[in-house]
Design a protein around this ligand. Structure first.
Ligand code: NAP
Length: 248
């Protein structure tokens, strides 16, 4: 057995620890988006594969027998590529998918389908907006320049932001409700824009928004074609063990 683990999330790091502890041969793959990625207890490669064909070539060349897709729920391109490349090479695939967050009775969520829709859902009057969406999609908010934006990013951006009135907090999760309450209060935030990533690491901002009665514009997940999924590290490891026993 030789596993390719597509990572870049807290969950992927958990899976990496389990694979290493179980002595399973595996390669961890990062896209290379962050300057200082979390060190993994597995041999690690960094960078894209070159689309579906590049990934399929990699699987053949590296004699990968199983692929675990533990990428972010909004990283839909690599997830679709993994489905196609695994189909092309008959490599078994499982995706570790976090449950999406669900609004409770005290939450004030407005659901939207894209970053662009989130930007247009903001009010016309100047607001103070916490943008919890990463650095890749900020341009959509440039037209709404009447607002103040508070961004939380893993790395300080190398180039100027497309937002004239913005402040950056450089921090890596997991975050706490106490910390996020303080952050939102300190900047007098009036609106939260979030992507429905699910998981525990970034949930604190929603708990803090609920406590402060703030509206949340929630960007729903992009769709990914049908695939085998797991909701826990244990399920992923069980699937691997069963596959090994069955010789697949
Ligand atoms: P994406 O749009 O699905 O992927 C774009 C391209 O990046 C892919 O086609 C692939 O390039 C490369 N890529 C993505 N993940 C890779 C991986 N683990 N190993 C090797 N290549 C990878 O993904 P994204 O939204 O840009 O996110 C990039 C990475 O950051 C993902 O691995 C994800 O887990 C992590 N991440 C993303 C977010 C987010 O908000 N999207 C948040 C936290 C972490 P090729 O086509 O050349 O193979």
């Amino acid at each position: 057995m030789r596993v390719l683990l597509l990572g870049g999330t807290t969950e992927a790091s958990h899976v990496a620890r389990e694979l290493a502890a179980a002595g399973i041969a595996a390669v961890f793959s990062y896209a290379g988006r962050t300057a200082d990625p979390v060190a993994q207890p597995l041999p690690t490669r960094v960078g894209g594969f070159g689309g579906v064909d590049g990934l399929a070539d990699y699987l053949r060349h590296e004699r990968i027998t199983h692929v675990i897709d533990a990428t972010h729920p909004f990283a839909s391109q690599i997830s679709s590529n993994a489905i196609d490349a695994c189909a092309q090479t008959a490599t078994p695939l499982i995706a570790y998918v976090r449950e999406p967050w669900v609004a409770g009775p005290d939450d004030k969520w407005q659901h939207v389908c894209s970053v662009e829709e989130a930007a247009t859902a903001l009010p016309d009057l100047p607001a103070k907006v916490f943008l919890g969406i990463g650095k890749q999609h900020l341009r959509a908010f440039a037209r709404q320049s009447q607002h103040f934006y508070l961004l939380r990013l893993v790395d300080a951006p190398a180039t100027a932001l497309p937002l004239p009135n913005a402040e950056i907090v450089v921090a890596r999760g997991p975050f706490t409700i106490e910390g996020d309450l303080e952050l939102l209060r300190a900047h007098r935030i009036t609106h939260i824009v979030a992507r429905n990533a699910g998981g525990e690491g970034a949930k604190a901002k929603l708990d803090a928004a609920r406590a402060l009665g703030l509206p949340v514009i929630m960007i729903d997940r992009p769709s990914v074609p049908e695939r085998r999924t797991a909701q826990s590290v244990d399920q992923v490891m069980r699937w691997l063990t069963q596959s090994a026993c069955l010789g697949v």
